[in-house]
Write a protein that binds this ligand. Structure first.
Ligand code: NAI
Ligand code: MG
Length: 349
């Protein structure tokens, strides 16, 4: 009997409403080819929903999502809404409550896409970003913010449990790739939190003697992403550093619109959530020019997580064929529309 997967579809705001339906069209096409089926439900949650209902998702939203096998997400945020809310009230809420402690963000060269780097070498690495703690726990406060004595504090939290579990994911992932983990830190200056991070990761590394392990400071790492990105295999890093590095990863691929990702709960106790690395891009929304490749790649990462490896590979091959054929959106110097890209990928499956 063929399998069925039940997918919660949350396009969110801005270009999410354009690229998520296109990505889902690719999913349906690949399912047909590979003998499994999909059922889905659409949720109009996000900043637009907030403007009408005063919240990003209903009170029982997490309970609703919990019943699905996976969440296919765009991104949230609109210029008309306080921009401290989208992460706090949707993205971080889902990531933390569903223990999606791994943010899996691959970076690679796309055939036929011009990159901003001088190096023509092939790039293929994965940023593994700790996804629920670190700098983004939002513990802190402001004191007399309107006065001359005003101040604001955010505290970072790094727990042994939090570091160990994401490190195990990174080392296991490296075993399936080129056997190398580079962990990114700044322990020479953040001498409490990030030297603890170094220590715990080094302890975990000892359990994977077959995997090469080295450490690099974040500042040097940003330079190396540009100067010699081919040296990386698995890049293990904290929540904030991973957020920044993954936009840089998108940029060296050729556009933010090229990056796919998974917010993963490796134990599968909760659904995982798959989304492009970028935001809702309100500056280009509504024009059928948004690049959907990252959203489509996120569909492949989702299928891989669900165990449909052949279908996931099929999507990646079809993406490669499409970019090779020159089906490129405006951000990549082409003139294909969002829908045309999805059409090309489906044709190339
Ligand atoms: P952004 O990633 O939305 O856009 C940055 C730049 O990249 C823009 O010029 C945009 O046009 C371009 N871009 C992004 N995706 C593209 C695509 N697929 N095709 C072509 N061009 C693309 O980041 P920004 O402007 O900082 O944030 C916009 C909104 O998105 C904010 O409200 C922010 O809070 C939200 N956001 C939400 C995220 C999420 O839901 N996970 C993640 C990041 C930002
Ligand atoms: Mg980001």
């Amino acid at each position: 009997m063929s399998k069925n997967y039940n997918i919660a579809v949350v396009p969110g705001d801005g270009i999410g409403n354009e690229i998520v339906p296109e990505g889902y069209r690719v999913l349906e096409a690949v399912a047909k080819k590979h003998n499994f089926s999909l059922s889905s439900k659409n949720f109009d949650w996000g900043a637009g929903y907030y403007l009408k209902n005063g919240e990003f998702l209903p009170k029982d939203g997490l309970e609703t999502l919990k019943k699905f096998d996976a969440i296919y997400f765009g991104s949230v945020g609109l210029p008309a809404v306080d921009d401290t809310l989208p992460a706090k009230d949707y993205t971080f809420k889902v990531r933390a409550n569903f223990s999606q402690y791994v943010n899996h963000r691959p970076v690679r060269t796309y055939p036929g896409v011009t990159r901003p780097l001088r190096s023509e070498k092939h790039i293929d690495f994965v940023i593994v970003r700790e996804n629920v703690e670190g700098e983004f726990v939002q513990m802190g406060g402001q004191f007399l913010p309107d006065s001359a004595d005003g101040m604001g504090i955010d505290t970072s939290v790094f727990t042994r449990k939090g570091i160990e579990r994401v490190a195990h994911y990174a080392f296991k992932l490296a075993r399936k790739r080129r056997n190398k983990v580079t962990h990114i830190t700044k322990s020479n200056t953040l001498i409490n939190s990030l030297s603890y991070w170094d220590r715990v990761i080094t302890e975990v590394a000892e359990q994977y003697p077959d995997v090469a392990h080295d450490q690099m400071y974040i500042d040097n790492c940003t330079a190396n992403f540009v100067l010699k990105p081919e040296i990386f295999d698995v890049v293990l890093t904290t929540n904030l550093f991973g957020d920044i590095l993954s936009d840089l990863g998108g940029a060296i691929m050729g556009s933010l619109g090229l990056g796919g990702s998974g917010n993963i709960n490796p134990e599968k106790e909760f659904p995982s959530m798959f989304e492009p690395i970028h935001g809702s891009a309100p500056d280009i929304a509504g024009n059928n020019i948004a690049n959907p490749y990252g959203q489509i790649w996120s569909a492949a990462i989702m299928l891989e997580h669900l165990g449909e490896i052949e279908a996931a590979n099929n999507i990646m091959d079809a993406i490669d064929k499409s970019t090779q054929q020159g089906v490129l959106t405006k951000d990549l110097g082409g003139n294909a529309g969002t829908k045309e890209v999805a059409d090309a990928v489906i044709k190339n499956l």
